[in-house]
Design a protein around this ligand. Structure first.
Ligand code: LLP
Length: 431
């Protein structure tokens, strides 16, 4: 099995977090997203403890809300000592609705509108992560007009290529996020921030990419950021208090993916940063990291029911299920790999190679190819593993298929944390 959240019980059913997935499918229907609270908290603690040990008690992991943004996430994050990043007024609203402490929120995004800026400043959020010179002026002016001084970080692009897939590679020079270090624009950006009366510059942010399996790209990014902090200090006397290195540690979607040792990676990174700060005579900044995927991905699992098996002569075997790119667009978008098991016949020989096809009306709307399953028949249950990140948050209503519910599996009792989207929900915005 892919990881220790999974097992097979005496009935031959796949278990997730110790619970019978076929029973859960019967009780809640499919498609169904499951989320394990224990795994989620375990992943949070890996970051919290490793960062405290490596970087000291004033460091803090921030959850990247874009990976899984639901009201129920935020009380868990608050209890686990996390902050959070938000990238839109909608994510900010969700966190605030959940009562998440506003001062632990970091507002990212390259296209913030005046309305969103006012919302964030008015809500008293901790930091804006300012993405462009235009946004800097806007935050400063709007904060001033509201009688406030807003704390900010500046987003810089360190020009590191972590060799991940192109769609999620965001630290390169030529991209739409942040301001590049290499061209000298970052220095001008920081000097502009120091002159803006409505903001207080506290530090810097970078994010180099996603699904990164080694700590060394983070080391290289940190080096460039620290060098910049040293140059800025020499030029202006400014002392950086917060350094945010973004998110991006990878997860095991399949047995071919390596496992990241998060505590060891963070310890190595911390040692490197401390040494560099000593060498370059910099005060050790408070560190932030922004994991999303590595907090929620392996805490999630999706269940589907097979509706048909199409055996194409000279072609593939298509197991057509009751969900698809509307609840998980990642294969259609990125050809993302997943591990797929039979949920109701987990002990049967997996003797048929299948393409798991979604129900959405286009030929690219597949969920996975080359999957070995016991020859699926209508009514069989299929589990896709490691689906906690960027599934629910990227789901759509394409074909007016409602989004599945999310069931939080918990020792304290299972709890729906998002309802199934029903037909009336689908027309509620129609005029
Ligand atoms: N911080 C910033 C500024 C980010 O842009 C991201 C992800 C993260 C943190 C979290 O990265 P993580 O730890 O989750 O790798 N939709 C794509 C992923 C896009 C990630 C974009 N930024 C996918 O489904 O793989």
């Amino acid at each position: 099995m892919l990881n220790d959240t999974l097992g097979i019980n005496a009935a031959g059913h796949l278990t997730f977090d110790g619970q019978d997935t076929a029973e859960l499918a019967k009780e809640y229907g499919t498609p169904l997203y499951l989320m394990s609270e224990d795994r989620l908290r375990y992943n949070c603690r890996l970051y919290r403890q490793s960062m405290t040990e490596g970087f000291g008690p004033d460091s803090m992991p921030l959850f990247a809300g874009k990976s899984f943004c639901l009201t129920a996430m935020y009380p868990i994050l608050a209890e686990e000592g996390f902050g959070a990043d938000v990238v839109s007024g909608g994510e900010l609203y969700t966190a605030l609705c959940a009562g998440f402490p506003a001062d632990r929120l970091y507002f990212h995004g390259n296209g913030k509108t005046d309305r969103e800026i006012r919302f964030g400043v008015g809500a008293g959020i901790g930091y804006f992560v300012v993405d462009s010179p235009e946004e800097l002026e806007a935050v400063s002016d709007l904060a001033r007009s509201m009688g406030k001084k807003q704390k900010i970080l500046l987003r810089l692009t360190p020009g590191i290529d972590p060799h991940t897939f192109a769609q999620v590679n965001t630290g390169r020079l030529d991209c739409q996020f942040g301001v590049p270090l290499e061209t000298g624009e970052a220095m001008a950006f920081a000097e502009q921030a120091l002159r803006c009366p409505g903001v207080e510059l506290v530090g810097f942010h970078c994010h180099i990419g996603s699904q990164i399996f080694s700590w060394t790209p983070f080391r290289d990014a940190a080096d460039r950021m620290l060098r910049f902090m040293r140059d800025l200090k020499a030029k202006t006397g400014f002392v950086t208090r917060i350094l945010n290195l973004g998110g991006g540690f990878g997860v095991r979607y399949t047995e071919y993916d390596p496992e990241v040792d998060i505590p060891a990676s963070i310890a190595a990174l911390a040692e490197h940063i401390k040494a560099r700060c000593g060498e370059w005579d910099l005060a050790m900044p408070q560190l932030r990291m922004e994991p999303g995927r590595s907090i929620v991905a392996d805490a999630g699992l999706s269940l589907y029911t097979v509706q048909a098996l199409k055996r194409i002569e000279g072609g593939k075997n298509y197991a057509v299920v009751d969900g698809g790119m509307s609840d998980n667009p990642r294969y259609a978008l990125y050809q993302a790999s997943y591990t797929v098991y039979s949920a109701n016949r987990a002990n049967d020989p997996a003797d048929m190679v299948c393409t798991v096809a979604g129900r959405c009306c286009e030929s690219g709307a597949l969920l996975q190819e080359g999957v070995s399953l016991p020859a699926p028949k209508r009514g069989d249950l299929i589990a896709m593993c490691c689906t906690g990140a960027y599934q629910y948050s990227m789901a759509s209503n394409y074909n007016r298929v409602g989004r599945p519910p999310v069931l939080l599996l918990s020792g304290a009792g299972n709890r729906l944390i998002a309802k199934r989207e029903e037909y009336p929900d689908l027309v509620k915005l129609d005029l």
